[in-house]
Design a protein around this ligand. Sequence first.
Ligand code: SF4
Length: 300
Amino acid sequence: MAPVARYRKRKGGGCCGTATVNCAAGRTKWTPTDSLAFVGGPPLFRPPEMPVYISVTFTWDLPKAHRLAREWGRYYRSVRVGGPACDDPGGDFTPGLFMIDGVTITSRGCPRRCPWCVVPRRSGAIRELELVDGHIIQDDNVLACSRPHVERVFEMLGRQKKSAQFRGGLDARLLRDWHRSLFDSVRHNELWFACDTRAGLKPLARVAKILDGIPIRKRRCYVLLAFDPKETVADAEARCEAVYELGFLPFAQLYQPFSRTGETRSYPRDWRALSRKWSRPAAYRKRKRIPVDPQGSLAL
Ligand code: SF4
């Protein structure tokens, strides 16, 4: 999300104010666009007195979020900073509040304990939420939900006008054959998996078989870089290439440890170059082409 200070009218009358802030990248495609969403500090013409919430996604934005809180605090009595970067567990999902309309969260939490991830500590075990319509699924680990919940999610997706996107990530270890029928029952254009360690390649290879026939442009994969101090740049690049060979478009991200003060880990140039290259399909696809048959499936 982007640096946003956001106000929103509460359904059924009365007003509550919310503000979300993520100062890293400016406005992004996730930023709400309604008239009660603001990017940065308070504007000249401001809404009336109401609570302000500043939601921060990434810890490195915390110093900017606190600066914005001071700025909004000059005009509003109640200003709060929260969100994932503050370890907020997250309650029920309110559509359009901190993310664009279309994004929905049907569950929170995760049963796993990946050492690089804040979700288990922040949100705890998986809990299924009441379904709210949307076509972009942003759950922490939707495949860890019960089968009836997952089936209800796909029923909901089948009612949406736009193609489904699974942006929150699909746990490759939990994907089963019956999920394929559900994917085939709805329009979709982004299925995001993850391969954060070398060990992640094996379940991804199994997923590749289940997804056979789904074009590579829809098959995406987050690739965490530099979490394992023993992994070299060459090892990490080999992992990115292996993900690509399996028929997924890698999206590389350098590991940043959780920090309450917003400190970030800096990386040498070769790690940064690797991350840049493997986070832009246009950069790596032109160097190496995987043969694709006319139906869009891979000829591996
Ligand atoms: S499976 Fe995903 S959400 Fe769960 S702990 Fe691991 S990285 Fe985090």
